[in-house]
Design a protein around this ligand. Structure first.
Ligand SMILES: [Zn+2]
Length: 74
């Protein structure tokens, strides 16, 4: 089982977490709302993602992950 490093609980099994993907910036009122809400860069390489420790401390936190290797990066 893959371990996810929670800032509060330490390394825990991935099935305790929900990954919500890239954090979305505050939408620009002049921009298309659908693009602001749903368009993601889907970049290859290191990205920041929002994770929720749903079945643990219930904290939201940012975690870096390399999308090419699927490894967590500091
Ligand atoms: Zn936690």
């Amino acid at each position: 089982m893959r371990l996810v490093p929670c800032p509060d609980c330490g390394p825990r099994e991935q099935n305790e977490f929900v990954c919500m993907g890239e954090p979305s910036p505050h939408p620009d009122p002049a921009a298309d709302l659908a693009d602001a809400l749903y368009a993601r860069t889907n970049a290859k390489g290191p990205v920041d993602e929002m994770w929720w420790h749903k079945f643990g401390c219930r904290r939201w936190f940012r975690l870096g992950r390399d999308t090419a290797s699927n490894a967590f990066v500091p």
